[in-house]
Design a protein around this ligand. Structure first.
Ligand SMILES: [Zn+2]
Length: 66
């Protein structure tokens, strides 16, 4: 997968983008039991604080919705 590049905040125009990792209880689970989960990575505008983009580290663990 190509890394997604965000060079500029669409909301305030700031080019300073930070990366945040949501850990622990904030991990996104692939099952209701919470046994399988993975970290959520956010790209954050350091100017206005908007979360510009979020992704999970291991998208393969999630079931395809039928
Ligand atoms: Zn911004």
């Amino acid at each position: 997968m190509e890394p997604i590049k965000i060079e500029k905040c669409p909301y305030c125009g700031n080019t300073s983008i930070g990366i945040g990792y949501q850990l622990g209880q904030g991990s996104l689970s692939a099952s209701k039991m919470g046994l399988t989960g993975c970290k959520v990575v956010h790209m954050i505008c350091r100017g206005c604080g908007s979360i510009l983009y979020s992704r999970v580290e291991k998208p393969q663990i999630f079931k395809e919705e039928k």
